[in-house]
Design a protein around this ligand. Structure first.
Ligand code: SAH
Length: 227
């Protein structure tokens, strides 16, 4: 079956009901941050998927989007966002724009989001979607580039979130994090599993390291990919 290209940009009663159910499910799975849960209740996830997926957009699972990449599972988005402790006005660097869903959640929490995607095709897709739903994405800045490099010209950041499986803590990103800033990163543990870490930058530049559950992400790759 060919994938429909139309995006359904209507937010109907049914979608709101489905989001309420998703929020309830995330609570049972252990998400407790009310601000994160309300952001998930607010952002129409089906905007970030093809319209054929309309009704299942609110199931707690990941999907493929363009260019063989995925939109993270809602639980993963909620978990990473909760760890990041986003405050209104925080300057957040996101690596791996993908579908923009995670970006939209950060933006709904009042963050100023700088988001980088390495795949040109996805970057172009996000530009198009952003022009259609700009009011849902205030204070979001999109970049096509290699996330390993970060954005030195906009550093330092209060928070850094990596939404692809990282082979190691990217040094340049660590340098771009403020003291007392936090990085949430799924770090490779075995071939298909990453350990979610929260690293807080101490005054001496070293990391306080907290370790959480295992997740499975697409890999964080070096360099840009052109389409
Ligand atoms: N936050 C996204 C997750 C998408 S999957 C969402 O909620 O939908 C991870 C994304 O990271 C993919 O789009 C992939 O292309 C991108 N990625 C992988 N390595 C990268 C890198 N070095 N720099 C920027 N983006 C990268």
């Amino acid at each position: 079956m060919e994938k429909p290209k139309r995006i359904d940009l209507e937010d109907r009663y049914l979608h709101k009901k489905l989001r309420e159910q998703l929020v309830a499910e995330l609570r049972t799975k252990g998400i407790t941050d009310e601000a994160v849960l309300s952001a998930i209740g607010l952002i129409p996830r089906h905007y970030f998927l093809d319209s054929a997926f309309d009704k299942i957009a609110y199931e707690d699972r990941a999907f493929s989007i363009a260019a063989d990449q995925t939109i993270s599972q809602p639980y993963t988005v909620a978990f990473q966002t909760q760890l990041l402790k986003v405050k209104n006005g925080d300057k957040v660097l996101e690596i791996g724009t993908g579908s923009i869903y995670q970006t939209a959640i950060l933006s709904a929490l009042g963050a100023k989001v700088y988001t980088i995607e390495r795949q040109e095709a996805l970057y172009k897709k996000t530009q198009k979607l952003n022009s259609m739903i700009a009011e849902l994405l205030p204070n979001v800045y999109f970049f096509y580039g290699d996330g390993f490099e970060g954005l030195p010209e906009f550093a330092p950041f209060d928070k850094i979130i990596i939404t692809a499986a990282a082979p190691k803590v990217p040094e340049k990103l660590w340098e771009q994090l403020k003291v007392k800033g936090m990085m949430v990163i799924p770090l490779d543990e075995s071939e298909n599993a990453q350990r979610m870490l929260r690293l807080t930058k101490k005054k001496d530049g070293l990391a306080k390291r907290e370790s959480f559950e295992q997740f499975s992400f697409v890999p964080m790759l070096q360099g840009k990919s052109q389409s």
